[in-house]
Design a protein around this ligand. Structure first.
Ligand SMILES: [Zn+2]
Length: 89
């Protein structure tokens, strides 16, 4: 079993413990930044517009902050995490 496979499995367990069940990740603004500064699970709340990258009380309580603002980096990480849900090796 590769290190990536072990880490993926451990992360899935941890996400389940945290109650995060998502099929996709998204770039997130935690404040009034010009560009996203975090990545988080897609919010499934009916009142949260899927195109709205803001973070609200309705959103899953898991945010991975980047330490910088970057549309490209946040989008890339969200795409990687989403693709990995399919079990890419
Ligand atoms: Zn939300």
């Amino acid at each position: 079993m590769s290190a990536l496979t072990r880490l993926r499995a451990a992360t899935r367990v941890e996400l389940a413990v945290l109650g995060v069940a998502t099929s996709a990740w998204r770039a997130v603004h935690t404040g009034i930044e010009d560009q996203p500064n975090a990545v988080g699970p897609v919010c499934a709340d009916d009142d949260h517009d899927p195109d709205d990258p803001s973070l609200y009380d309705c959103c899953p309580n898991l945010v991975i902050e980047l330490g910088t603002e970057s549309e490209a980096l946040a989008g890339y990480l969200a795409a990687l995490l989403t693709a990995d849900l399919g079990g890419a090796r």
